[in-house]
Write a protein of this length. Sequence first.
Length: 376
Amino acid sequence: MTMRGRLDDVSLPDLLQLFSANRRTGKLTLSHRDGFASILFRDGRVIYAASNRTHETFGSILVNRGLVDEGTLLAALEAQNVAPEERRLGSILEEMGVLTEDDLRSVMRYQVSEVLRELLSWREAFFKFQPGTIPDRGEVGVDCQDLVLYEGLTAEGVLVDVVRRERDRRKKAAGPGSAIDPIGAAGGGDGDGDGRDASQQPISLTRAMTEVRSPSFTGEIALQILRFAGQVLGRGVLFGVGRELAHGIGQFGIEAEGSTAPDERVRGLKIPLDQPSVVAEAAAVQDTVRGPLERTPWNERLAEELGGVMPNEAVAIPLTVNGTTAFVLYGDDLPDRRPLGSMEPLEVLLIEAGLAIEKDALEQRVRQIESRRADA
């Protein structure tokens, strides 16, 4: 099952200890206002680690250490490029007789250490661990428990106690029957919606090396938000936020009414941002707004459009991109009037989604600049 959470609550060293001790396989992604990173594990050992804030590549480390010259490195890169299937640069150089396994392990250990040193400085960052299968292409793994960097920082089993306490706290807050898991994921699968257990889904190392976490894009992110929110809330609406209006773009759990389909009804819903409403307030303060739905004209209009019944409790969570509110997720306790549980899983998801959109926009600008330079 996918795990999500904050590094403020569970430290990175503790996560690494957990994955190592339990021989986990999958991808750990970390998002921060100023960066993003990806770490791949196979049987608890790190086989790849990268951050957009750490720019020393595996090849450059080899050259700087004098283990290979630039000509040999280019030849190995060419062999990697024309290979019919994924191959690791290190294994190609080892086959060429240029490097030994000890050389590879030493360089890999150094590279992982440098990335993790950078990640240890991150504050208010978020993580997601996606279990999966990673085909063995000859990668050298690094045991994080052996890294001197982490000696004395954690004790074996600390994270297990943290997770257990967090699970008990969230279950108590969410009430009976909640599907919220201990670190922010909803129950009922991995959340990817393809009907397969996440542990059976293959993870491509090549893909991880070229995109840390980049869905394509805003429409897909909206669907992911709605799909995840549907596991936490009984019903809800995702609003796109413009300069003057918030307009409905998708829904879950809204019942059909007459001949108008719920999706069509929601897409026609527009709420002015200069009038009091729970949606306008969340967009303005850029923070979660939760509680009884006040009887303002536009809150009443919202309730009327969604079925004509005022909820006892409602919540609105903003998604910000580059400091501007881009979406607001609205949900309430209808139709069952079950008290709302913890909203932290959704808050984490929307922060991650905002960071992903920022990353994608930045990458598009970089590609445009590179394209203009190439045409010049």
